[in-house]
Design a protein around this ligand. Sequence first.
Ligand code: DGJ
Length: 727
Amino acid sequence: MYIDFDRKNMRFMLNTDNTAYIFEIVGGKFPVHRYYGKKIDRPEFMKAKYHSFSPYQFCTDTYFSVADEFMEFPLFGSGDFRCTALKLRGINGDCCTQFIYSGYSIKNGRTEIPGMPFARPEKNSETLELYMRDELNSCTLTLYYTVFPECDIISRSFSLINEGKTAVKIEKAMSLSLDLAGHEFDLISLHGKHMMECMMQRTPLFYGNQSIMSRRGASSHQFNPFIALALSGADEEHGDIYAFNLVYSGNFLDEVEVDHAGNTRVAIGIGSENFGMRLEENEEFFSPEAIMLYTENGLGEMSRKMHAFVRGCISPPEICQNRPVVLNTWEACHFKIDEQLLLDFADEAKKCGIDMIVVDDGWFGERCDDRRGLGDWYVNSEKFPSGLRDFAEKIKDKGLKFGIWIEPEMISPDSGLYRAHPEWCLGCTGRELSLSRSQLVLDLCNPEVVKYLKETFAGIFDGVPIDYIKWDFNRHLSEVGSYALPYDRQDEATHRYMLGVYELYRFFINHFAGVMIENCSGGGGRYDLAMMALSSQIWTSDNTSPSARMKIQYGSSLAYPASVMSCHVSDPGNSENEMRLLDFRYKTALGGILGYEMNILKKSVQVRKEILEQIKFYRMVEDIIKTGDMYRLISPFENTSEISSYYYAKSGGSRTERILFSFLQRNRDEKKTLYLLRIAAADGAYYREYFSGKVYSGEELRSGICINASAEDASGQIMLFELTDKA
Ligand code: DGJ
């Protein structure tokens, strides 16, 4: 049993294999947090100290004040002056949010979250539902805690139902709030921009509120919902880490606040900006799921557990099965899609060992550039004279798979759909709409629009042998309002938009069963756990330059596994360094799921032969990349010669069997530095390195292999160690 209730002390104890989470109901009313950390026999409980100027709720031998206590789910308005988890405007117009404990239930598995992606339970998962009641507003709040014992993860979310006759309104919604003693932590987060996602940043906490968020209607390139608190001095292998993430693709808020007493509160959720949810009688709101993890073994273990969680509980179950090596048309053709050219691509791709042709943007409507055509989902008959099905069948006849690009959430003002239905865009009545990439956003709060999209895509794709869909999203949301919502529900539009997106995704998953979906938002603009639950992989970045990718991929590995990271080798150019640059691009792309984007018809025989060899090797190691444990060795964010080094290790039984080691270097190392890099191989075992044939003992690898940094710009070194009997 992983969740337990001690009635005498009114104490809830949630366990994973290695961690414990404990809270108590104080005074029979208030859930107060006591402990989150390593599973030990007698954990030390956090106890608050009363401070003057703190409003108190009762006083027995001592004061109980929500301003000082470690609150399990802090509510707005009764004197907890720190960041709040829930703000509810009640029937009398004020926001004094008071829910008191009213009961609980514990069950096997998990409670599903209607309309939203959520994590699949592990076989031993259990869920605690904690009920709280506000009699004045006739509302019931349920807090959900699900334990994922193997991954050491606990997830949290809440629902709120209005059982009264008068409407109430949720004005701030955080899925998770956690109070920790002290503030000797660094905040680690991932910031970025289009073409440069997932840049790692680490800063010590200070007194006050520090937050990252997205107000863009998407989880965004700019800030990723993942954050971690690392005990000062914690590194890859040592130190306490608390990590958090949100299973949601829209606006989010990650708040960290160091309070007057020097303690830390973390809160993760949708937040309050651009958000409101009015609940009429019997209407219920469900928050997205947030997750948290604790480890005492540094950032490396944090990431490995997060990766295992994504692979095991988030990604669609077929995630680890064969993934195609694609040739995507975007960088080679942009909007100039030409059937004959693509058929020639296919012939050559087949010879190179590529599995799939993906027809990117430009195949539909009047889409000859990015200023028109979105929304008009019919095949362009000049580009495909005998139709999409005929073309797809020709590709299949060549022994290749067929993939296609869509951007269903968008509409160009220059489109038949816009001319017919201008009211189907998101917009605010009477306001000019701002364009971005010459496009507007369809109003997926409007069920009519979602229905239209379902029927349209079924109409065009039914009967076409599609294996893969790349689902793109190329602008953020401005003037967010819906012509389909009444005036007092306009601030619901950003969240309702996401519910519409998720409904459309579910339609694609069910209607086009077996078709693999790659998510994309101009690269990694929706690189989040919700999109990972709905698609097999995500286009990591529009930037395919390996020197940028070194950082982007390393940063994203903090929270996300290689199995979701789509990595393409793009054209290395025609210089005398072409082969070396091709090699560097490939070795960088080996950090995730391999694909290609270039006009291979224009590449030399030597390049094409090399691609064939690259794919052969990738096939040998893809299982280690997709399902192995990742160990980071050198961070490109921490050195001046711009080196990234890591390895993936795959165990069979109890010991490491295969190791794929990578050393990537952007700048020439003038000094030719020697690096000693330790690899966690099994003691008493021997490993043969694939390229050199040299045999290493496990002890030798553990004490470190010497890597000579190259004297050349932009180069990579890969080693594959495989268990062998021979010493
Ligand atoms: C942005 C994507 O990231 C690219 O790969 C490509 O699909 C373009 N959109 C197409 O418009």
